[in-house]
Design a protein around this ligand. Structure first.
Ligand SMILES: Nc1ncnc2c1ncn2[C@@H]1O[C@H](COP(=O)(O)OP(=O)(O)OP(=O)(O)O)[C@@H](O)[C@H]1O
Ligand SMILES: [Mg+2]
Length: 405
Protein backbone atom coordinates (compact mmCIF):
# COMPACT_ATOMS: atom_id res chain seq x y z
CA UNK A 1 0.00 0.00 0.00
CA UNK A 2 2.68 2.55 0.88
CA UNK A 3 4.26 1.78 -2.47
CA UNK A 4 0.98 2.69 -4.31
CA UNK A 5 0.53 5.98 -2.41
CA UNK A 6 4.16 6.88 -3.12
CA UNK A 7 3.46 6.27 -6.80
CA UNK A 8 0.51 8.77 -6.72
CA UNK A 9 2.58 11.49 -5.02
CA UNK A 10 5.39 11.24 -7.48
CA UNK A 11 4.14 11.42 -11.04
CA UNK A 12 6.54 10.52 -13.75
CA UNK A 13 8.49 13.21 -15.56
CA UNK A 14 6.39 12.84 -18.68
CA UNK A 15 3.16 13.11 -16.62
CA UNK A 16 4.52 16.27 -15.00
CA UNK A 17 5.36 17.73 -18.35
CA UNK A 18 1.87 16.91 -19.60
CA UNK A 19 0.32 18.57 -16.55
CA UNK A 20 2.48 21.66 -17.00
CA UNK A 21 1.46 21.91 -20.63
CA UNK A 22 -2.20 21.52 -19.68
CA UNK A 23 -1.81 24.24 -17.04
CA UNK A 24 -0.24 26.59 -19.57
CA UNK A 25 -3.01 25.88 -22.06
CA UNK A 26 -5.66 26.55 -19.42
CA UNK A 27 -4.07 29.79 -18.28
CA UNK A 28 -3.68 30.91 -21.93
CA UNK A 29 -7.33 30.16 -22.58
CA UNK A 30 -8.36 31.99 -19.37
CA UNK A 31 -6.24 34.95 -20.49
CA UNK A 32 -7.72 34.93 -23.98
CA UNK A 33 -11.23 34.66 -22.49
CA UNK A 34 -10.48 37.63 -20.23
CA UNK A 35 -9.15 39.67 -23.17
CA UNK A 36 -12.20 38.65 -25.20
CA UNK A 37 -14.63 39.86 -22.53
CA UNK A 38 -12.64 43.06 -22.03
CA UNK A 39 -12.76 43.74 -25.78
CA UNK A 40 -16.44 42.93 -25.79
CA UNK A 41 -17.21 45.34 -22.94
CA UNK A 42 -14.92 47.95 -24.46
CA UNK A 43 -16.65 47.82 -27.82
CA UNK A 44 -20.15 48.29 -26.38
CA UNK A 45 -21.74 51.71 -26.95
CA UNK A 46 -23.59 51.40 -23.64
CA UNK A 47 -21.83 52.23 -20.41
CA UNK A 48 -21.43 49.07 -18.30
CA UNK A 49 -20.79 49.09 -14.56
CA UNK A 50 -20.40 45.83 -12.67
CA UNK A 51 -21.23 46.02 -8.96
CA UNK A 52 -20.29 43.28 -6.50
CA UNK A 53 -22.84 41.91 -3.98
CA UNK A 54 -21.25 44.08 -1.26
CA UNK A 55 -22.09 47.20 -3.31
CA UNK A 56 -18.52 47.88 -4.44
CA UNK A 57 -17.70 48.52 -8.07
CA UNK A 58 -15.78 45.73 -9.73
CA UNK A 59 -15.25 47.08 -13.23
CA UNK A 60 -16.52 49.53 -15.81
CA UNK A 61 -16.08 49.83 -19.55
CA UNK A 62 -14.80 52.72 -21.64
CA UNK A 63 -18.28 53.96 -22.57
CA UNK A 64 -19.11 54.30 -18.85
CA UNK A 65 -15.88 56.26 -18.32
CA UNK A 66 -16.88 58.65 -21.12
CA UNK A 67 -20.46 58.97 -19.91
CA UNK A 68 -19.54 59.71 -16.29
CA UNK A 69 -16.33 61.62 -16.94
CA UNK A 70 -14.53 59.36 -14.40
CA UNK A 71 -11.64 56.99 -15.04
CA UNK A 72 -11.78 53.26 -14.31
CA UNK A 73 -9.19 53.65 -11.51
CA UNK A 74 -11.47 56.12 -9.70
CA UNK A 75 -14.25 53.54 -9.75
CA UNK A 76 -12.45 50.35 -8.90
CA UNK A 77 -13.28 48.83 -5.49
CA UNK A 78 -15.20 51.88 -4.30
CA UNK A 79 -18.82 51.73 -3.08
CA UNK A 80 -21.33 52.50 -5.83
CA UNK A 81 -23.18 54.97 -3.58
CA UNK A 82 -19.98 56.89 -2.97
CA UNK A 83 -19.33 57.32 -6.68
CA UNK A 84 -22.92 58.34 -7.47
CA UNK A 85 -24.05 60.12 -4.28
CA UNK A 86 -26.60 62.32 -6.10
CA UNK A 87 -28.10 59.69 -8.38
CA UNK A 88 -30.71 58.08 -6.19
CA UNK A 89 -32.53 56.48 -9.11
CA UNK A 90 -29.39 54.50 -10.05
CA UNK A 91 -28.74 53.46 -6.45
CA UNK A 92 -32.35 52.28 -6.25
CA UNK A 93 -32.00 50.18 -9.41
CA UNK A 94 -28.92 48.35 -8.15
CA UNK A 95 -30.50 47.80 -4.73
CA UNK A 96 -33.77 46.46 -6.18
CA UNK A 97 -31.96 44.04 -8.47
CA UNK A 98 -29.79 42.73 -5.63
CA UNK A 99 -32.85 42.27 -3.40
CA UNK A 100 -35.25 40.75 -5.92
CA UNK A 101 -32.76 39.09 -8.26
CA UNK A 102 -34.77 40.52 -11.14
CA UNK A 103 -34.01 42.98 -13.93
CA UNK A 104 -35.12 46.56 -13.32
CA UNK A 105 -35.11 49.50 -15.72
CA UNK A 106 -35.49 53.27 -15.59
CA UNK A 107 -35.73 54.98 -18.97
CA UNK A 108 -35.72 58.47 -17.55
CA UNK A 109 -32.88 58.41 -15.04
CA UNK A 110 -30.44 61.24 -14.35
CA UNK A 111 -26.69 60.80 -14.16
CA UNK A 112 -24.48 63.45 -12.59
CA UNK A 113 -21.20 63.69 -14.44
CA UNK A 114 -17.85 64.49 -12.89
CA UNK A 115 -18.14 68.15 -13.98
CA UNK A 116 -21.53 68.46 -12.21
CA UNK A 117 -23.62 68.50 -15.41
CA UNK A 118 -26.56 66.11 -15.69
CA UNK A 119 -27.45 63.79 -18.54
CA UNK A 120 -30.70 61.98 -19.17
CA UNK A 121 -30.00 58.27 -19.48
CA UNK A 122 -31.80 54.97 -19.66
CA UNK A 123 -30.50 52.45 -17.12
CA UNK A 124 -31.09 48.71 -16.89
CA UNK A 125 -29.74 46.60 -14.02
CA UNK A 126 -29.63 42.80 -14.11
CA UNK A 127 -28.33 40.15 -11.78
CA UNK A 128 -25.17 38.20 -12.54
CA UNK A 129 -25.45 34.74 -11.04
CA UNK A 130 -23.22 31.67 -11.08
CA UNK A 131 -24.17 28.21 -12.31
CA UNK A 132 -26.08 27.38 -9.12
CA UNK A 133 -28.07 30.60 -9.00
CA UNK A 134 -25.88 32.33 -6.45
CA UNK A 135 -25.74 36.15 -6.92
CA UNK A 136 -22.32 37.35 -8.04
CA UNK A 137 -23.26 40.97 -8.53
CA UNK A 138 -25.22 43.37 -10.68
CA UNK A 139 -24.54 44.64 -14.15
CA UNK A 140 -25.77 48.15 -14.85
CA UNK A 141 -26.15 49.22 -18.49
CA UNK A 142 -26.39 52.98 -19.11
CA UNK A 143 -27.34 54.71 -22.35
CA UNK A 144 -27.14 58.43 -23.07
CA UNK A 145 -30.61 59.62 -24.13
CA UNK A 146 -29.78 63.27 -24.79
CA UNK A 147 -29.83 62.88 -28.59
CA UNK A 148 -33.13 60.99 -28.56
CA UNK A 149 -34.76 63.59 -26.30
CA UNK A 150 -33.65 66.37 -28.60
CA UNK A 151 -34.99 64.49 -31.59
CA UNK A 152 -38.34 63.96 -29.85
CA UNK A 153 -38.51 67.65 -29.02
CA UNK A 154 -37.75 68.61 -32.60
CA UNK A 155 -40.36 66.22 -33.96
CA UNK A 156 -43.00 67.61 -31.63
CA UNK A 157 -42.03 71.11 -32.64
CA UNK A 158 -42.23 70.25 -36.36
CA UNK A 159 -45.68 68.72 -35.84
CA UNK A 160 -46.87 71.85 -34.08
CA UNK A 161 -45.39 74.03 -36.82
CA UNK A 162 -47.01 71.98 -39.58
CA UNK A 163 -50.45 72.19 -37.94
CA UNK A 164 -50.16 75.90 -37.27
CA UNK A 165 -48.86 76.46 -40.77
CA UNK A 166 -52.03 75.03 -42.29
CA UNK A 167 -54.27 77.17 -40.10
CA UNK A 168 -52.15 80.26 -40.73
CA UNK A 169 -52.31 79.81 -44.50
CA UNK A 170 -56.12 79.66 -44.35
CA UNK A 171 -56.40 82.73 -42.10
CA UNK A 172 -53.93 84.74 -44.20
CA UNK A 173 -55.90 83.92 -47.32
CA UNK A 174 -59.14 85.20 -45.71
CA UNK A 175 -57.55 88.41 -44.47
CA UNK A 176 -55.69 89.50 -47.61
CA UNK A 177 -58.71 90.57 -49.71
CA UNK A 178 -60.61 92.51 -47.03
CA UNK A 179 -57.38 94.34 -46.21
CA UNK A 180 -56.97 95.43 -49.82
CA UNK A 181 -60.61 96.60 -49.73
CA UNK A 182 -60.04 98.64 -46.55
CA UNK A 183 -56.96 100.32 -47.94
CA UNK A 184 -58.72 101.15 -51.21
CA UNK A 185 -61.77 102.57 -49.41
CA UNK A 186 -59.59 104.83 -47.22
CA UNK A 187 -57.79 106.15 -50.29
CA UNK A 188 -61.08 106.72 -52.14
CA UNK A 189 -62.38 108.70 -49.17
CA UNK A 190 -59.29 110.91 -49.22
CA UNK A 191 -59.85 111.51 -52.92
CA UNK A 192 -63.42 112.82 -52.45
CA UNK A 193 -63.59 116.55 -53.32
CA UNK A 194 -65.46 117.49 -50.12
CA UNK A 195 -63.36 115.24 -47.83
CA UNK A 196 -62.50 117.36 -44.75
CA UNK A 197 -58.69 117.74 -44.57
CA UNK A 198 -58.88 117.46 -40.77
CA UNK A 199 -59.92 113.80 -41.18
CA UNK A 200 -56.94 112.97 -43.41
CA UNK A 201 -55.00 112.16 -40.25
CA UNK A 202 -57.41 109.26 -39.61
CA UNK A 203 -57.39 107.85 -43.12
CA UNK A 204 -53.60 107.87 -43.14
CA UNK A 205 -53.65 105.87 -39.87
CA UNK A 206 -55.98 103.37 -41.59
CA UNK A 207 -53.61 103.04 -44.56
CA UNK A 208 -50.52 102.71 -42.33
CA UNK A 209 -52.05 100.07 -40.09
CA UNK A 210 -53.49 98.16 -43.06
CA UNK A 211 -49.98 98.12 -44.56
CA UNK A 212 -48.56 96.82 -41.29
CA UNK A 213 -51.17 94.06 -41.19
CA UNK A 214 -50.44 93.30 -44.84
CA UNK A 215 -46.75 92.85 -44.05
CA UNK A 216 -47.63 90.46 -41.22
CA UNK A 217 -49.91 88.49 -43.53
CA UNK A 218 -47.14 88.23 -46.12
CA UNK A 219 -44.73 87.01 -43.44
CA UNK A 220 -47.33 84.53 -42.28
CA UNK A 221 -47.84 83.21 -45.78
CA UNK A 222 -44.14 82.78 -46.41
CA UNK A 223 -43.95 80.88 -43.13
CA UNK A 224 -47.00 78.73 -43.77
CA UNK A 225 -46.31 77.92 -47.39
CA UNK A 226 -42.52 77.79 -47.78
CA UNK A 227 -41.30 77.42 -51.34
CA UNK A 228 -38.48 75.13 -50.21
CA UNK A 229 -34.81 76.06 -50.37
CA UNK A 230 -32.85 75.99 -53.63
CA UNK A 231 -29.53 74.66 -52.39
CA UNK A 232 -26.07 75.47 -53.69
CA UNK A 233 -22.56 75.85 -52.27
CA UNK A 234 -22.21 79.32 -50.77
CA UNK A 235 -19.89 81.30 -48.59
CA UNK A 236 -21.46 81.96 -45.20
CA UNK A 237 -19.17 84.89 -44.39
CA UNK A 238 -20.15 86.69 -47.60
CA UNK A 239 -23.83 86.33 -46.71
CA UNK A 240 -23.23 87.64 -43.19
CA UNK A 241 -21.09 90.54 -44.41
CA UNK A 242 -23.69 91.61 -46.96
CA UNK A 243 -26.28 91.59 -44.18
CA UNK A 244 -24.20 93.77 -41.89
CA UNK A 245 -23.65 96.16 -44.77
CA UNK A 246 -27.39 96.41 -45.48
CA UNK A 247 -28.22 96.77 -41.80
CA UNK A 248 -25.45 99.28 -41.02
CA UNK A 249 -27.87 102.20 -40.58
CA UNK A 250 -30.24 100.50 -38.05
CA UNK A 251 -27.23 98.95 -36.27
CA UNK A 252 -25.57 102.35 -35.97
CA UNK A 253 -28.82 104.00 -34.83
CA UNK A 254 -29.20 101.35 -32.11
CA UNK A 255 -25.60 101.90 -31.03
CA UNK A 256 -24.75 98.25 -31.66
CA UNK A 257 -21.22 97.23 -32.63
CA UNK A 258 -20.85 93.98 -34.53
CA UNK A 259 -17.79 91.92 -33.63
CA UNK A 260 -16.98 89.39 -36.32
CA UNK A 261 -15.04 86.36 -35.13
CA UNK A 262 -14.96 84.24 -38.25
CA UNK A 263 -13.13 80.97 -38.75
CA UNK A 264 -11.06 81.88 -41.84
CA UNK A 265 -10.85 78.22 -42.91
CA UNK A 266 -14.62 77.68 -42.90
CA UNK A 267 -15.69 75.74 -46.03
CA UNK A 268 -18.81 76.60 -48.07
CA UNK A 269 -22.23 75.62 -46.76
CA UNK A 270 -24.98 73.95 -48.80
CA UNK A 271 -27.74 76.53 -48.64
CA UNK A 272 -30.24 78.85 -50.24
CA UNK A 273 -28.56 82.25 -49.77
CA UNK A 274 -31.79 84.26 -49.62
CA UNK A 275 -33.18 82.00 -46.89
CA UNK A 276 -29.93 82.11 -44.92
CA UNK A 277 -29.99 85.90 -45.17
CA UNK A 278 -33.56 85.89 -43.79
CA UNK A 279 -32.50 83.55 -40.98
CA UNK A 280 -29.60 85.69 -39.78
CA UNK A 281 -31.48 88.94 -40.32
CA UNK A 282 -34.14 87.73 -37.86
CA UNK A 283 -31.49 86.70 -35.33
CA UNK A 284 -29.54 89.94 -35.67
CA UNK A 285 -32.71 92.02 -35.30
CA UNK A 286 -33.64 90.09 -32.17
CA UNK A 287 -30.14 90.70 -30.78
CA UNK A 288 -30.42 94.42 -31.48
CA UNK A 289 -33.92 94.59 -29.97
CA UNK A 290 -32.62 92.82 -26.86
CA UNK A 291 -30.11 95.65 -26.29
CA UNK A 292 -32.17 98.87 -26.19
CA UNK A 293 -29.18 100.77 -24.85
CA UNK A 294 -26.82 99.35 -27.49
CA UNK A 295 -23.86 97.03 -26.96
CA UNK A 296 -21.74 94.39 -28.71
CA UNK A 297 -23.20 91.76 -30.97
CA UNK A 298 -20.70 88.92 -31.45
CA UNK A 299 -20.98 86.81 -34.58
CA UNK A 300 -18.72 83.78 -34.38
CA UNK A 301 -18.32 80.95 -36.88
CA UNK A 302 -16.55 77.63 -36.58
CA UNK A 303 -16.23 74.29 -38.25
CA UNK A 304 -17.57 71.13 -36.60
CA UNK A 305 -16.84 67.73 -38.01
CA UNK A 306 -19.48 65.00 -37.74
CA UNK A 307 -22.09 66.99 -35.85
CA UNK A 308 -24.28 64.50 -34.02
CA UNK A 309 -27.32 66.78 -34.18
CA UNK A 310 -27.07 66.93 -38.00
CA UNK A 311 -26.94 63.18 -38.59
CA UNK A 312 -23.14 63.03 -38.39
CA UNK A 313 -22.60 65.57 -41.18
CA UNK A 314 -19.88 68.17 -41.00
CA UNK A 315 -21.25 71.63 -40.43
CA UNK A 316 -20.62 75.33 -40.03
CA UNK A 317 -21.68 76.56 -36.61
CA UNK A 318 -22.66 80.21 -36.26
CA UNK A 319 -23.18 81.85 -32.90
CA UNK A 320 -24.97 85.17 -32.46
CA UNK A 321 -24.28 86.45 -28.97
CA UNK A 322 -25.85 89.61 -27.58
CA UNK A 323 -25.50 91.46 -24.30
CA UNK A 324 -29.22 91.84 -23.68
CA UNK A 325 -31.31 90.61 -20.77
CA UNK A 326 -31.48 86.97 -21.89
CA UNK A 327 -34.70 85.05 -21.26
CA UNK A 328 -36.15 82.95 -18.47
CA UNK A 329 -36.94 79.19 -18.80
CA UNK A 330 -40.64 79.86 -19.45
CA UNK A 331 -39.80 82.08 -22.45
CA UNK A 332 -37.09 79.63 -23.57
CA UNK A 333 -39.71 76.88 -23.83
CA UNK A 334 -41.85 79.02 -26.16
CA UNK A 335 -39.18 80.85 -28.18
CA UNK A 336 -39.77 78.98 -31.44
CA UNK A 337 -43.56 78.80 -31.17
CA UNK A 338 -45.23 80.86 -33.92
CA UNK A 339 -46.82 84.08 -32.63
CA UNK A 340 -45.05 83.95 -29.31
CA UNK A 341 -43.76 87.43 -28.62
CA UNK A 342 -42.98 89.62 -25.64
CA UNK A 343 -42.69 92.72 -27.81
CA UNK A 344 -45.43 95.25 -28.28
CA UNK A 345 -45.00 95.38 -32.04
CA UNK A 346 -43.61 91.87 -32.57
CA UNK A 347 -45.41 89.21 -34.59
CA UNK A 348 -43.61 86.34 -32.91
CA UNK A 349 -42.85 84.77 -36.27
CA UNK A 350 -39.14 85.65 -36.46
CA UNK A 351 -37.72 82.62 -34.66
CA UNK A 352 -40.39 80.25 -36.00
CA UNK A 353 -39.27 81.21 -39.51
CA UNK A 354 -35.61 80.77 -38.49
CA UNK A 355 -36.32 77.27 -37.25
CA UNK A 356 -38.22 76.34 -40.39
CA UNK A 357 -35.35 77.56 -42.59
CA UNK A 358 -32.72 75.73 -40.54
CA UNK A 359 -34.67 72.48 -40.58
CA UNK A 360 -35.30 72.76 -44.33
CA UNK A 361 -31.50 72.90 -44.68
CA UNK A 362 -30.99 69.77 -42.56
CA UNK A 363 -29.46 71.88 -39.80
CA UNK A 364 -30.33 72.61 -36.21
CA UNK A 365 -30.54 75.59 -33.91
CA UNK A 366 -30.51 76.25 -30.22
CA UNK A 367 -30.94 79.20 -27.90
CA UNK A 368 -29.19 79.63 -24.58
CA UNK A 369 -29.74 82.40 -22.10
CA UNK A 370 -26.58 83.59 -20.41
CA UNK A 371 -28.14 85.05 -17.24
CA UNK A 372 -27.13 88.64 -16.72
CA UNK A 373 -24.95 88.54 -19.83
CA UNK A 374 -27.38 88.11 -22.73
CA UNK A 375 -28.36 85.33 -25.12
CA UNK A 376 -26.62 83.03 -27.53
CA UNK A 377 -28.29 81.61 -30.62
CA UNK A 378 -26.37 78.78 -32.28
CA UNK A 379 -27.07 77.57 -35.80
CA UNK A 380 -25.68 74.38 -37.35
CA UNK A 381 -25.72 74.27 -41.17
CA UNK A 382 -24.36 71.34 -43.23
CA UNK A 383 -21.33 71.97 -45.43
CA UNK A 384 -21.49 71.64 -49.19
CA UNK A 385 -18.61 69.16 -49.28
CA UNK A 386 -18.64 66.37 -46.74
CA UNK A 387 -15.32 64.72 -45.79
CA UNK A 388 -15.36 61.11 -46.96
CA UNK A 389 -14.58 59.63 -43.58
CA UNK A 390 -17.29 61.69 -41.91
CA UNK A 391 -19.45 59.30 -39.92
CA UNK A 392 -20.98 59.49 -36.46
CA UNK A 393 -19.33 56.22 -35.53
CA UNK A 394 -15.69 56.80 -36.35
CA UNK A 395 -15.43 60.43 -35.31
CA UNK A 396 -15.16 61.64 -31.75
CA UNK A 397 -18.23 63.68 -30.77
CA UNK A 398 -17.39 67.13 -29.55
CA UNK A 399 -20.19 68.51 -27.41
CA UNK A 400 -21.13 72.01 -28.47
CA UNK A 401 -20.73 74.57 -25.72
CA UNK A 402 -23.95 75.65 -24.07
CA UNK A 403 -26.05 72.77 -25.30
CA UNK A 404 -29.15 72.25 -23.22
CA UNK A 405 -28.62 69.24 -20.95
N1 LIG B 1 -31.79 87.76 -28.46
C1 LIG B 1 -32.85 87.65 -27.65
N2 LIG B 1 -32.75 87.98 -26.34
C2 LIG B 1 -33.80 87.89 -25.51
N3 LIG B 1 -35.02 87.43 -25.89
C3 LIG B 1 -35.19 87.07 -27.18
C4 LIG B 1 -34.11 87.16 -28.12
N4 LIG B 1 -34.57 86.70 -29.31
C5 LIG B 1 -35.86 86.38 -29.11
N5 LIG B 1 -36.24 86.60 -27.85
C6 LIG B 1 -37.58 86.37 -27.27
O1 LIG B 1 -38.30 85.51 -28.12
C7 LIG B 1 -39.51 86.10 -28.55
C8 LIG B 1 -39.84 85.62 -29.94
O2 LIG B 1 -38.89 86.10 -30.88
P1 LIG B 1 -39.30 86.21 -32.40
O3 LIG B 1 -38.17 86.74 -33.16
O4 LIG B 1 -39.92 84.92 -32.82
O5 LIG B 1 -40.49 87.26 -32.38
P2 LIG B 1 -40.40 88.80 -32.08
O6 LIG B 1 -39.00 89.28 -32.18
O7 LIG B 1 -41.10 89.03 -30.80
O8 LIG B 1 -41.27 89.39 -33.25
P3 LIG B 1 -40.84 89.46 -34.82
O9 LIG B 1 -39.51 88.82 -34.96
O10 LIG B 1 -41.89 88.70 -35.51
O11 LIG B 1 -40.82 90.89 -35.11
C9 LIG B 1 -39.25 87.59 -28.44
O12 LIG B 1 -40.44 88.33 -28.31
C10 LIG B 1 -38.38 87.66 -27.18
O13 LIG B 1 -39.16 87.59 -26.01
MG1 LIG C 1 -37.85 88.79 -33.86
Amino acid sequence: MPGRSEKREKPSASELQGLRRRCEELSASVESMRAYYEDLLGSLQDGIIIVEPNGHIRSINQAAEELTGLSAQMFHGRPFEQIFPNDRSLQELVRKTMESGRTHANFDARLTRQDGSQVVISAVSSLISDGVGQARGTVLALRDQTGIRELEERLQRSDRLAALGTVAAGVAHEIRNPLAGLRGAAQLLEGEPDFPPALREYTSVIVKEVDRLGAIVEQLLSFATPRGPVLRACNLHEILDSLFFLERAPLGAANVTVQRQYDPQLPDILADPSEIRQLFLNLIRNGVEAMPGGGDLIVRTRYERSAKRCGGRSVAVTEIVDQGSGFDPEIERRLFTPFFTTKEKGTGLGLAICLRIVEDHGGAMEATSLPGRGSRFQVWLPLAKQPETSSPHNEPHRTAQGVRP
